[in-house]
Design a protein around this ligand. Structure first.
Ligand code: ATP
Length: 386
């Protein structure tokens, strides 16, 4: 196992903006790091630079403290686990796992191959399947065979490039937990690329969010969720997404298109002097006010809004509030959409409500908002000011 250090890595393909721009990350020995971001943000390029399939334009790549920029992929001792598992259908599970050992001609005796494959199969709970062909295995078992290959090579790190993106939602969920358990059991340094924020949040020790080749934030899933550094990270992480409402400060109230929100002195200080701020509210910061007890009510702000409709999901409900944006607010939302790399941001907010809430669309409803949790963003720089 090994640590991997990325120091100011840059990848420039042509004349345009760099595919990877000055990215620095310290990956500790045994750590599970996720690289996440929308299509084209440079995450696959970064992974390919680590494994050696892509030249590094500038910056340094270190494995266990040694610079490896010029080392060939086979000399880096890293194992790539691919999306399609890259298994040979005509070979048994045993031979598929043994493949990298056989490829390294003369380095392993038959007895050693037997021992390494048997051990890996035991770790991966594949012992009973060693004589089967990949075609007769479940998706999860195939994934484990692919990991078995990486294990027998005694690779210093595993690199995963969107391994689950071809699977249906249910299988993806199962595989996610298999990979996570396996990585923890083996304790092997791993770097995992995905565009799926749920995968990122559930798998990684730390998650690196990239946008247009630049690292936005690297932090634990909880920190990313609770303390996003900017609008992009705030909007990218979490589902349904964080709501953003333009607001102006008047006294201790933020005036928003859906009503006034009373805020603490601390937040007043943050918003003071700014013509407009963007209020970031996760859907679950709202509650049906009739279900909030008096002592809790004091700690937030209650206001009336009309929901267009609600959706009942069994364990919770989503409610939708639309607002009519004036031209200035419309401009802000368009800018915000560009910032977030989204096609459009609708003038609407989403709230999650308890499954038992009786709030329905088409009539005014009282909502309680946990104002302690809201974020305030600078609409110009996108920075989280709170
Ligand atoms: P996706 O999830 O769609 O694969 P990504 O985040 O992995 O996206 P990359 O594939 O790393 O992004 O691409 C980053 C940028 O570099 C993109 O703008 C892409 O068009 C460009 N790019 C990638 N490979 C090459 C190449 N071989 N030549 C020129 N440009 C490239």
């Amino acid at each position: 196992m090994a640590s991997i250090t990325l120091n100011n890595l840059v990848k420039q393909y042509g004349d345009g903006f760099p595919a990877v721009n000055d990215v620095s990350i310290d990956i500790a020995d045994g750590e599970f790091i996720i690289l996440v971001g929308p299509s084209g943000c440079g995450k696959s390029t970064l992974l390919r630079m680590i494994v050696g399939l892509e030249d590094i334009t500038s910056g340094d790549l270190l494995i266990d403290g040694k610079r490896v920029n010029e080392k060939a992929p086979r000399d880096r001792n890293l194992a790539m686990v691919f999306q399609n598992y890259a298994l040979y259908p005509h070979l048994t599970v045993f031979e598929n796992i043994a493949f990298p050992l056989r490829l390294a001609k003369g380095r392993h005796s038959e007895a050693e191959v037997q021992r390494l494959v048997t051990e890996a199969a035991k770790t991966l709970e594949l012992t009973d399947h060693l004589q089967r062909k990949p075609g007769n295995l479940s998706g999860g078992q195939r994934q484990r065979v692919a990991m078995g290959r990486a294990i027998v090579r005694q690779a210093d790190a595993f690199l995963f490039d969107e391994p689950l993106s071809n699977l249906d939602a249910k299988l993806r969920g199962q595989m996610r937990s298999e990979i996570s358990q396996m990585q923890r059991r083996l304790g092997v340094t791993s770097v995992y690329v995905t565009h799926d924020q749920t995968e990122a949040m559930t798998l990684g020790d730390r998650v690196a969010v990239l946008k247009k080749g630049e690292l936005q934030q690297i932090a634990s899933p909880r920190e990313l969720y609770e303390q996003p550094v900017n609008l992009f990270v705030a909007g990218f992480i979490g589902s349904p997404s964080m709501n953003f409402l333009p607001a102006t400060l008047e006294g201790n109230k933020l005036k928003t298109p859906v009503g006034d929100i009373e805020v603490s002195e601390e937040k007043v200080r943050v918003a003071e002097g700014k013509r407009v701020v963007l209020v970031g509210i996760r859907p679950e910061y709202f509650e049906d006010a009739s279900m909030v007890d008096e002592s809790k009510r004091q700690q937030g702000s209650t206001f009336t809004a009309e929901l267009t409709h609600t959706e009942w999901l069994g364990n919770e409900q989503y409610g939708y509030i639309k607002f009519d944006p004036d031209p200035e607010v419309r401009d802000l939302l368009d800018n915000l959409a560009r910032e977030m790399d989204a096609d459009e941001l609708r003038p609407q907010i989403v709230v999650t409500l308890d499954a038992a809430s009786r709030i329905r669309g088409g009539r005014p409803a009282e909502l309680w908002l946990d104002t302690r949790k809201i974020h305030l963003f600078d609409p110009g720089t996108g920075e989280n000011l709170t």
